[in-house]
Design a binder for this molecule. Structure first.
Ligand SMILES: [Zn+2]
Length: 289
C-alpha cells in the first residue's frame, strides 16, 4: 500500500494527492522538469514517463465541432468545494491547495453523472501566464485564457483504474470590472508565506469557498475528453471536464500568483504545458439538467 501511495503521489497532475507529497523532493526525480528553459522544458528528457510517448496527452486545443455528441447529467455539487481551513504549498511548479470539505461524506460525489461516483475531491492548483493574454493550458477553439484552475478528483477506491483521475478545468480570464475575488482571497492572502518553493504544506486557518469560481449553471457547457496529466510522467489516466465559459478574474489576483518563485530562482509564471495532438480522440459535450 505504501508503494502504491508513493507511485500515486508522483503521477498526479502537478503535485498532488495531499500531504503524502511532502515526501517528494521538489528538485529530485520526475519533478526536475520546468516549463520555459530548454534543458528542462516540455521538449527535454526531464519530461519523462509518457510525456513523449503517450497517445492521449493533455492539454489540447478544444476545437469543438458543431455536431459533437452530447449527454446530460446533474449539476456538480458545489458545496463539495468549501472547507473551514486549507493547506497551501508552492511546489516550484504551481500553487497547490489541499482542502478537506466540511463533513467526511461530502468528499464523495455519489451517483453523479460525470462518473464521479467513486471520486472524491483531492486538491486544486493553477496554471497562469506571464501576461493576461496567456496562461491557460487548454485552448478553446485556439483561444488562450489568463489562467486555468484544475480541481483534481481522485479515485477513492482503485488508483490503478485507467480512469483513476478526473480533473475539472476552469478558464479564468482577466476582467478588471469584477474586482478582487472573495473566493481567491484566502489564497492570495497566504501567498507571501509560500513565496519560496518548498515541499512543506502550510496550514491556513481560514474558511475557503471555491464555488464562485465554478460556472455551474443549468445552461453551462462542459467539454469532456480522455487525456493525461499535464506534468511528468504524463500518465494517460485522466477524464477531463473543461468548462467552456471563462470566469472573470481581477488582474491583481493573477499578479499575486506571479509573485511566487519557481525552483530556479525565477518568478513562477507560464507554468503550462503546450497543447498536444488531438489524434483520433473525440470531444463530448456535457450539458446539465
Ligand atoms: Zn494542472
Amino acid at each position: 500500500m505504501r508503494l502504491k501511495l508513493s507511485v500515486l503521489t508522483t503521477i498526479l497532475c502537478c503535485i498532488v494527492i495531499a500531504k503524502e507529497a511532502e515526501t517528494v523532493g521538489i528538485f529530485s526525480g520526475p519533478q526536475e522538469f520546468c516549463y520555459t528553459d530548454m534543458e528542462c522544458g516540455p521538449d527535454s528528457d526531464k519530461w519523462d514517463g509518457f510525456c513523449h510517448s503517450g497517445k492521449r496527452q493533455s492539454p489540447i486545443n478544444l476545437k469543438v465541432p458543431y455536431h459533437s455528441p452530447s449527454r446530460y447529467t446533474h449539476l456538480l455539487p458545489l458545496d463539495r468545494f468549501q472547507a473551514d481551513h486549507f493547506f497551501i504549498q508552492n511546489n516550484g511548479h504551481t500553487i497547490n491547495v489541499d482542502m478537506t470539505p466540511v463533513g467526511e461524506n461530502s468528499q464523495f460525489f455519489p451517483g453523479h453523472g460525470l462518473s464521479f461516483t467513486k471520486y472524491k475531491f483531492s486538491n486544486v492548483h493553477f496554471h497562469w501566464g506571464a501576461s493576461n493574454s496567456e496562461g491557460s493550458e487548454h485552448q478553446l477553439n485556439s483561444r488562450n485564457f489568463s489562467a486555468e484552475m484544475h480541481l483534481t478528483l481522485r479515485d477513492a477506491i482503485n488508483s490503478g483504474d485507467p480512469n483513476a483521475l478526473a480533473v475539472v478545468a476552469i478558464f479564468l480570464q482577466v476582467d478588471d470590472s469584477v474586482g478582487p475575488s472573495p473566493a481567491l482571497a484566502p489564497l492570495v492572502n497566504a501567498i507571501d508565506q509560500i513565496r519560496e518553493p518548498h515541499t512543506h504544506w502550510m496550514k491556513v486557518e481560514t474558511p475557503i469557498d471555491l464555488s464562485p469560481l465554478i460556472p455551474m449553471r443549468h445552461d453551462a457547457t462542459v467539454y469532456s475528453y480522455q487525456g493525461s496529466l499535464t506534468t511528468p510522467p504524463c500518465n494517460s489516466q485522466v477524464n477531463w471536464y473543461v468548462f467552456g465559459e471563462p470566469v472573470p478574474i481581477w488582474s491583481s489576483d493573477v499578479s499575486a500568483f506571479r509573485g511566487v518563485m519557481d525552483g530556479r530562482d525565477a518568478p513562477l509564471e507560464n507554468n503550462r504545458r503546450p497543447v498536444q495532438p488531438m489524434s483520433d480522440r473525440r470531444i463530448e459535450i456535457i450539458k446539465f439538467v
